[in-house]
Design a protein around this ligand. Structure first.
Ligand code: FAD
Ligand code: MEZ
Length: 772
């Protein structure tokens, strides 16, 4: 009984205790209840989201230009060859649990926004869509494009079914740290403003890229390019495709690559790959490679007149009436050797410089220069035991120019030539090799060790120095007018930016370094009718518009009728074959296999002698010892313009010349070399016998090469006006000027001219700005 009472009192006490509220139990109860409700909520939420995770539900809000699903249906994501189509959630809902839930929460916020009226009209949606699109692209990118890779796994993709280009490109990208979305953002939907564009039937690059996004796939905004260098657009190309070197390294080996060239600086992708018009291989402006470029057209260039009537004229006047877009101390026009030398020296003298170049690449004709740069009394000559003096350089230049030259300018050229070599060396150039050029009494033509092309090297060194000095360099920017005030002093220039239109740059001084006009056959033939229809050796920008602009600004000109044909241009390759090959020992033979001229006479005489031979073209013949002496020859071999024979007879058969004649001609020539005298054509320099097989031949013919005339300058590179007075603030240097070379320029004197006078013009203009 007692035990029963104890049990009853314990039960009552326990019941009382259980019925009394306790903190612990309350919390526990709450947690359990919360957990149950949370799990139930989550399950419900997930079930709801899952139930609404249909394409139809998504597109009930997601309207772009059209219903998103309708847009998707037009793409390969929906109707691809495999028969598997991807819907909204395949790309927009991640597969891992946590990101998936986060995405679902985001999605519910979007739906909530629709319900609460925050984004409940097509207009509000359209305004919100780019932001959402950006976020979604960033999410997929951060996710290493996992949503793409779920179907397009690298290991599972059969790249061999793709075109060679696509295969190489995908391999390189996928091996790199690029992820699918970097290039294919927007591929799933037709971008709103480029409907129907697909890579497969794209006509131009913009169509093809349009499939991946909208205008801002390439441009900063849908307004198009911001600057004429297309800086943003080119950075975009490089970020997906890699730089020139990377692209070249993916190409087939052993052939000429359009991505490996003698161009200087970082050649912009847009030089060849245009967005809204057909791409063109810029190299074809000089060569004829005929590369099969995607979305490509063929190279054409109309010489657009400078001052046009109508709309263009009105646009020019409007730009002049507006405030200048830019202001600087000196505008240098032209990025060849003269312009770059002027820019470097003006920067060193403390001036602010803007350098304009109308082409998409720098370097002008300078980058093509092959043979050398003349200079007398240099340390390189001294090291090689060559005795020379500046007066001899003056005499040779005057004689070559038929005494038409301005003697004072020739003195500046010769007397500063060794300083100019030293200056280039101080900037990083190698000018150690010295060879002989036509019309020179000694070896004075300087070039890099081993005989590499002088122009590409010098231009690269000057370019690097101009860039290092923060020169503001603008491509696709054509100077169309020099502006002056009523006192006849220069106030700036009017520029036509290919992508930004006409604008004014205010400047104290302008340096014209626009080169010659050999590429403008209309102008050439106007001064020398017998050159009508002639081929030329020059780059596309050598059209002489600097001359025209200077004349409009009142500049005096001289010697425009003297136009030089270079004797050895390859009609097969469309390139100049350097005189240095003759200088190092090659001979010229006609179709009878016979010599007909002193090979290193002046160009006018050599060109006339070639044109007098049957067919108007002849062969430049040399042996392997000459090839080894001049590395520039390798570039001609690379271009497939050199015929080769294991012996003289084999070479003769290769080029259809009478073998016995060729053998006899070479034997006779070798005899002259051994005797130290050419009794046939009085060639003054006989560097080596031609005895080392294999033998080589290049077909050559004369082509327009150099325009000796141009604007008149004084010894301070100041441009003279038609009234005989210098135009204040206007300077000029290089092939744009006349007077240095007279009636006929000597080989190697142009590079000397542009360095000496370019440097001088830069320093003089900077001094003028300081004094002004
Ligand atoms: P360029 O180098 O031609 O530069 C002028 C620049 O101005 C160009 O880029 C042009 O596009 C730009 N331009 C023109 N108009 C405008 C405008 N309105 N607005 C903006 N930019 C404009 N000489 C030698 O002494 N040794 C050699 O070995 C040698 N080899 C040569 C080989 C070849 C194939 C050629 C074509 C020439 C060679 N020459 C050589 C000659 C020499 O290269 C040129 O005379 C010299 O480089 C001219 O330099 P420049 O700076 O005056 O003009
Ligand atoms: O001065 C020239 O134009 C030159 C040397 C060209 C060349 O043959 O290389």
């Amino acid at each position: 009984m007692k035990q029963f009472r104890i049990f009853v009192s314990w039960l009552l006490a326990s019941t009382r205790s259980w019925l009394r509220p306790s903190k612990t139990r309350s919390v526990l109860a709450l947690v359990i209840t919360g957990l149950v409700i949370g799990v139930a909520g989550m399950v419900a939420f997930n079930a709801t989201m899952h139930a609404t995770n249909t394409d139809e539900f998504c597109v009930s809000c997601h309207e772009q230009q059209d219903n998103s699903l309708v847009m998707l249906e037009k793409t390969r994501h929906y109707s691809n060859a495999s028969g598997n189509s991807a819907g909204c959630s395949d790309c927009h809902v991640p597969h891992e649990f946590v990101p998936k839930m986060i995405r679902k929460v985001q999605a519910s916020r979007e739906v909530w926004g629709h319900i609460t009226g925050i984004i409940d009209t097509p207009e509000k949606y359209a305004a919100h869509a780019p932001h959402m699109k950006k976020k979604e692209i960033a999410r997929i990118r951060a996710n290493d494009s996992q949503e793409c890779r779920n179907c397009h796994e690298v290991g599972r993709m059969n790249l061999s079914l793709q075109s060679t280009e696509a295969r190489q490109f995908h391999r390189a990208m996928l091996d790199n740290d690029k992820t699918c979305i970097d290039c294919h953002a927007g591929l799933a939907h037709n971008p709103a403003d480029m409907p129907g564009a697909t890579v497969a039937h794209a006509e131009v690059l913009a169509d093809s890229h349009g499939e991946r996004g909208q205008c801002y796939t390439c441009h900063v905004s849908d307004e198009g390019p911001e600057d004429d260098n297309l800086s943003h657009e080119n950075a975009g190309c490089v970020s997906c495709h890699g730089d020139l070197q990377a692209v070249a390294s993916r190409e087939l080996q052993g052939d000429v690559s359009p991505h490996q060239s003698h161009f200087i600086g970082d050649v912009a992708c847009t030089t060849c790959h245009n967005g809204h018009t057909k791409s063109v291989t810029y190299c074809d402006a000089c060569h004829s490679f005929d590369f099969n470029m995607p979305f490509g057209g063929s190279w054409t260039r109309g010489a657009a007149p400078l001052i046009t009537d109508g709309e263009d004229r009105a646009a020019q006047e409007k730009a002049i009436s507006q405030a200048p877009r830019l202001e600087t101390d000196i505008v240098v026009v032209g990025s060849g050797g003269a312009g770059l030398a002027a820019a470097v020296s003006a920067r060193d003298a403390g001036a602010r410089v803007i350098l304009l170049e109308k082409e998409p690449v720098p370097g002008g004709n300078t980058k093509l220069a092959a043979g050398g740069m003349n200079a007398a009394e240099t340390r390189s000559q001294e090291k090689l035991g060559i005795t020379d003096d500046k007066q001899a350089m003056v005499d040779d230049t005057m004689k070559g120019g038929q005494d038409v030259n301005d003697l004072e300018l020739v003195k500046v050229l010769a007397n500063n030539s060794s300083d100019s070599i030293d200056w280039l060396i101080s900037l990083g150039a190698d000018m150690s090799d010295v060879g002989r050029m036509g019309g020179a009494s000694v070896k004075r033509s300087h070039r890099p060790t081993g005989g590499a092309g002088v122009g590409a090297h010098v231009a690269q060194v000057l370019w690097d120095n101009a860039v290092r000095r923060d020169t503001d360099i603008r491509f696709n920017s054509r100077m169309v007018r020099i502006l002056k005030d009523p006192s006849n002093a220069v106030t700036g220039v009017l520029v036509h930016g290919e992508f930004t239109g006409y604008y004014v740059i205010k400047a104290e001084a302008v340096i014209l370094a626009t080169g010659g006009f050999s590429r403008n056959n209309k102008l050439v033939a106007g001064y020398d009718p017998k050159l009508a229809g002639f081929k030329n050796t020059n780059q596309p920008g050598a059209t002489g518009d600097g001359l025209e602009v200077a004349q409009l600004a009142g500049a005096a000109t001289r010697d425009l009728e003297y136009i030089q044909a270079h004797p050895t241009y390859s009609p097969v390759g469309g390139v100049l074959v350097t005189e240095a090959i003759r200088g190092n020992g090659a001979i010229l033979v006609n179709r009878d296999g016979e010599r007909f001229v002193n090979e290193i006479t002046t160009r006018d005489k050599a060109a006339a002698a070639i044109l007098a031979q049957e067919g108007g073209s002849v062969y430049l013949v040399f042996d392997d010892a000459v090839r080894q002496s001049l590395s520039k020859i390798e570039s001609f071999i690379h271009l497939h313009i050199v015929n080769e024979g294991g012996g003289i007879e084999l070479l003769a058969n290769e080029i259809a010349l009478p073998a016995a004649n060729l053998a006899s001609t070479i034997a006779t020539y070798n005899g002259f070399v051994a005797a130290g005298q050419d009794t046939q054509f009085e060639r003054p320099d006989l560097p080596r016998e031609l005895t080392t097989a294999p033998y080589y031949a290049i077909e050559v013919t004369p082509a327009v090469h150099h325009t000796m005339g141009g604007v008149m300058i004084d010894t301070g590179a100041r441009v003279k006006g038609v009234d005989g007075h210098a135009i204040r603030g206007l300077y000029a240097a290089g092939e744009a000027t006349g007077g240095v070379h007279g009636a006929n320029r000597l080989g190697g004197n142009a590079i000397s001219d542009i360095i000496t006078f370019g440097r001088l013009a830069g320093a003089e203009a900077a001094m003028y700005v300081k004094d002004n």
